[in-house]
Design a protein around this ligand. Structure first.
Ligand SMILES: Cc1ncc(COP(=O)(O)O)c(C=O)c1O
Length: 384
């Protein structure tokens, strides 16, 4: 059986992997080297300098391609540097349409770094794909979307977005950080590029900062490899090893994240002191049907607003949590809580973030894989 034909839960372990050529090591060695001996100028064994390529990074890049059903994987120093490489495919004057509810750092990269090089970004609520069509003009080159979005858990129809992108000859890039390929594989819906902050669920243990891109098309892959090497924001060998190790348990962790997420979403929804819970698994979620169509489960990311909650009330709750750690980031085995208005989304102007629902009282949970009763007890004591 070819490794390409493996099911997802086997691909996380075996996809793109083979024993190391030197001694048959089953796990890829950490090739902690910047350079490689040559017998004659250009006479090397496939690697000449670790910015251009490193065997541990290759093992990770092959695993990434495998789990996202792509042909080419690229590993970067962070999620944002992976995005940076995608935007560098564009020219001054080009336009991008992005989800309006996206990670604050992604927004900052677009507005504060790339806008000054003449690239224009439009931020649109994409739950209704027609809103995207209205913004397309002859300068539009890229649709950038997150689904589910961070932190409002909106779901964008990947098939509809892909049809729209194809009709107008646009690239479609999907930030798949929240869902992971365990829940959805955007390339299968027609996306051109999948991006990850592998810092999150793929790494899974909050011990690395890593980014990833996966594509199917050879020409696009070559352009991105050129940018990866030319700009140089590559993932180091140690981080490649740790991310690979994380990927091997992705399916088991995600199963538990989904179970715990569901239990906590239901607990919060029934709580008399909670006004609103955002989680795509609820039948009442505006895009629940789309989520059911394109996702295998609904994940462990949940946002909620306590009743009448102000900035200070939300801060008090997150400060009281003891099993949930108050911290940036998400997707690790441990549960984290965050206050988007002052943390992950502080780089988006208040007016702009409130338009997409990121109000001062909003709290975001990354539900980990601890015993769910401990997590619920912790929320109970913090919400009061
Ligand atoms: C959805 C999403 N995309 C991108 C990023 C950026 O990734 P990194 O922090 O690895 O640069 C994050 C980080 O929080 C994120 O949550």
């Amino acid at each position: 059986m070819s490794k390409k034909d493996l099911r997802f839960n086997s691909k996380t372990i075996h996809g793109g992997q083979h024993p190391d050529k030197a001694y048959g090591a089953v796990m890829p060695p950490i090739y902690q080297t910047s350079t490689y001996a040559q017998t004659t100028p250009g006479g090397h064994q496939g690697y000449e300098y670790s910015r251009s390529g490193n065997p541990t990074r290759t093992a990770l890049e092959n695993a990434l391609a495998s789990i996202e059903n792509g042909n080419y994987g690229l590993a970067f120093a962070s999620g944002l540097s992976a995005m940076d490489a995608v935007i560098k495919l564009l020219e001054p004057g080009d336009e991008v349409i992005s989800t309006n509810d996206l990670y604050g750092g992604s927004y900052r990269l677009f507005r504060r770094v790339f806008e000054k090089y003449g690239i224009k970004f439009h931020f649109v609520g994409m739950q209704d794909i027609n809103a995207v069509a209205e913004k397309i003009n002859n300068k539009t080159k890229l649709l950038w979307l997150e689904t589910p979005t961070n932190p409002m858990m909106n779901v964008v129809d990947l098939e509809a977005a892909s049809q729209l992108a194809k009709k107008h000859n646009l690239l479609l890039a999907v930030d798949n950080t929240f869902a992971t390929p365990y829940l959805q594989q955007p390339l299968d819906f027609g996306a051109d590029i999948v991006m990850h902050s592998a810092t999150k669920y793929l790494g899974g243990h909050s011990d690395v900062v890593v980014g990833a891109l996966v594509v199917k098309d050879k020409e696009l892959a070559e352009k991105l490899y050129f940018i990866q090497n030319a700009s140089g924001a590559v993932c180091g060998p140690m981080d490649s090893f740790l991310t690979l190790r994380g990927i091997k348990t992705l399916h088991v962790r995600m199963q538990r994240h989904c179970e715990n997420g569901e239990a906590i979403a239901n607990y919060l929804a029934k709580h008399p002191k909670i006004e609103k819970v955002y989680w795509p698994g609820f039948k009442s979620h505006p895009n629940h049907e789309v989520a059911r169509k394109q996702m295998k489960g609904f994940g462990g990311m949940i946002s909620f607003i306590p009743k009448g909650s102000s900035f200070e009330d939300a801060v008090k709750i997150v400060e009281k949590l003891q099993v949930f750690t108050l911290a940036e980031s998400l997707g690790g085995v441990e549960s984290l809580a965050g206050h988007p208005a002052s943390m992950t989304h502080a780089s988006i102007p208040k007016e702009e973030r409130e338009k997409s629902g990121v109000v001062d009282g909003l709290i975001r949970l990354s539900v980990g894989i601890e015993d769910v009763d401990d997590l619920i007890a912790d929320l109970e004591q913090a919400i009061g």
